[in-house]
Ligand binder design. Sequence first.
Ligand code: ATP
Ligand code: MG
Length: 366
Amino acid sequence: ASSTVKSYNITLLPGDGIGPEVISVAKNVLNLAGSLEGIEFKFKEMPMGGAALDLTGVPLPEETLTTAKQSDAVLLGAIGGYKWDKNEKHLKPETGLLQLREGLKVFANLRPASVLPQLVDASTLKKEVAEGVDLMVVRELTGGIYFGKPRGFGTNENGEEIGFNTDVYAAYEIDRIARIAFETARKRSGKLCSVDKANVLEASMFWRERVIAIASEYPDVELTHMYVDNAAMQLVRNPKQFDTIVTNNIFGDILSDEASMITGSIGMLPSASLGESGPGLFEPIHGSAPDIAGQDKANPLATILSAAMLLKYGLGEVQAAERIELAVLDTLNRGFRTGDIYSVGNKLVGCKEMGEQVLKSVDTKT
Ligand code: ATP
Ligand code: MG
């Protein structure tokens, strides 16, 4: 290899269910798109989730986290499955994912939801409402009610059993997610909508105050605010009004799932989780889909598009990322569909074949 070849270390975490199938396809696509741009990848595959539980007794082995931290980016398949559903909390595959996010200090979760022209019919909304939807939810991932203390179970003053959590955000936590959101909006159409419940919750009033303060650094971005209940309605009433949405952990959890359902194609949607420095975590939004695991039926496009986000947001390799995005569109244009996005008149293919077709598109669309 010549000295001009750029090299990156990528940690692959295939995980469970369809995870290994989609990761193996995405790895090949990364390799090809990279090689066309003078980029070389060194992959390290590590156990995570249920696979790690079976192998080592914990969902996120120390060695997996260390490897992930030392790499340039992490690509995750999916984790979880019926087999581990009854495990105690600390022995659940999902706990490993929370530990990984904490370990990598990724506080910003970026989830695009686009209705591709080729897949308009998959949308749960009417064609005229769905057509042209292209939005991005930026969710705060490491703070708020999911992590706030105090939390737990106890008894109230009447001796009744209670469960409780705390919704809390420090200024620095809001400032840093707001900056990522403004930067993201700036790269897109320059519109940012901050979603909160500032009419009821102090944590939300503070959120809005800090977002407005940070907005002064981004005079070119148009900032609006919306209450979360209204945002949930507007997302199905007129999703085209949104470009970039920024919101806290729990509202973002719910709204990003809602936004993904608008597209109707869970097998198509990628995500990125970013920190201040250090490797980002990239993964499809779908789960391990145990119902179709091992049957070569999984749609690998969500993971392939996650690999594109890895290139764009994780490594700054925008051209290689665009090669992959174009290749996915080209493959859809050529009529190839996995079962989850199939409609009459198209060519039904499995996970591996879909991967082969994307490789073909990467090769020819240069
Ligand atoms: P988790 O709790 O891990 O998120 P889940 O049950 O919420 O899991 P998924 O595992 O994403 O959700 O599966 C939901 C449905 O979507 C299943 O029927 C599954 O087969 C289907 N599905 C998910 N991902 C894909 C994919 N990549 N290709 C095809 N079908 C998929
Ligand atoms: Mg789920």
